[in-house]
Design a protein around this ligand. Sequence first.
Ligand SMILES: Cc1cc2nc3c(=O)[nH]c(=O)nc-3n(C[C@H](O)[C@H](O)[C@H](O)COP(=O)(O)OP(=O)(O)OC[C@H]3O[C@@H](n4cnc5c(N)ncnc54)[C@H](O)[C@@H]3O)c2cc1C
Length: 453
Amino acid sequence: MDRRHFLRGASALAGVTLAACGGNSIEDTTAAADAVDERETALGSRRTSTTGTTTTTAAGTTVARVIVIGGGMAGASVAKYLRLWGKGVEVTLIDRLPTYTSCIMSSLVLTGQRSMSSLLFNYDALRSKYGVKTVFEEVTAIDPVNAKVTLASGTVLSADRLVLAPGIAFDAVPGLTNPDAMPHAWKAGAQTSLLARQFAAMPSSGVAVLTIPKAPYRCPPGPYERACLLADWMKVYKPRAKLIVLDANPDFVTERDNFSSAFLGLHGQVIEYHNNIAIDHVDEASRTLFVAGGGSFRADVVNLIPTQRAPALLANAGLVATDPAGRFAKVNVLDYSSTVAGAGRVHVIGDSSATTQPKAGHIANQEAKVCADALSRIFAGGQPDPAPVTNSACFSTITMSKASWLHALFQYDAATGTMKAVPEATGASVGWNGNHFEDMGKWYKALMADTFA
Ligand SMILES: Cc1cc2nc3c(=O)[nH]c(=O)nc-3n(C[C@H](O)[C@H](O)[C@H](O)COP(=O)(O)OP(=O)(O)OC[C@H]3O[C@@H](n4cnc5c(N)ncnc54)[C@H](O)[C@@H]3O)c2cc1C
């Protein structure tokens, strides 16, 4: 499947697999990888080139060099598809870690249904199949005007374009000096295992609190689905326990019908839901949360998910507006280039960017493809596609064995310069069942293969 088909196919959203959702199918990706392998064999491998410097291969000149920062859902996808679609594009992917831990499915670690190791992905295939170069080091600064990147070691790398995909950062919570006292587990990793242990150790008649930050935050249905999953698990393993959900938003942020029915009906004996509750500060020693405007909640386990923003790396480079609402980097969604004057060679994709699309792994993968397509066209002397389309599928665990789903299709709206949801191709399942839970596993496998394999 070429990239025209990917972009056109996105409008044919009809099911739950990536192929049906308009992304490349696994078979298409493998075929494309084989094509790249053949081309590289013919040209002579570029894989030994020096990181960050323009190189001339035995058979041709590198047309452009791109540095991608962050090898998560957005960064790994853009690196792979730039190598698949760009002619002579050298791609260097930088992440602080050689192994990526997926947030998607990570709430199932809390209920013991998944292991942490099942969430791990590496970059071997991006290197060996697509010729992506990798550097594992912390990026400490970006020069957006000159497209330069400084690493923790002091090394400075430069490129023709930078693609930034470092995900999210959290606001500090007053009173919380040890984050492990009230883990968010909203970046999968050590905190996920820690929170699982805290829930396992909770008394049978204990009280847990889960907080939901004000939108926009990573994975809109995520906190609600985690609450449902935990409530179902408590019925079995902590039969007299209670889960208090403190939502900073005025109402369920998404999938209202399913979540309200699950919270108030199915899990009504376990979940106590409060909306419009923002956390002012906490006392970590007594695990007490104090609410803005008065009142407090004490619990045995606190899953505190703070308000989110783009990492400081972007703000320090002037890529995030300094007004209170400017939490994420504004971009032109035709190619995801920064809208900040002078920073047009910097592109921001995934959760760090401010768009009308949800902060989700599936959307991060889609934004990456639009960005890779646009850059490939620009490097070939053309213009970005004037009418991009993206889509997102999301499954929500309502119990430990049943799920609901939500999907959305977005089309570029030239009048507003934004991606607009297409109502007739956007919606949620009516209720939940075991088949959707099984489909969730297939969808996850396909999405992660499309990103890392
Ligand atoms: C519990 C939970 C469940 C979720 N479920 C779903 C779901 O069902 N469906 C869905 O679509 N989405 C889901 N999501 C959301 C999804 O995980 C995110 O939207 C997605 O990971 C965003 O991709 P990203 O590439 O922007 O960021 P990430 O995937 O977080 O990747 C960022 C990468 O950047 C690297 N990095 C950051 N800063 C630096 C630096 N300075 N130097 C070097 N490297 C750096 C990090 O190490 C990381 O590898 C879920 C999230 C959570 C928390």
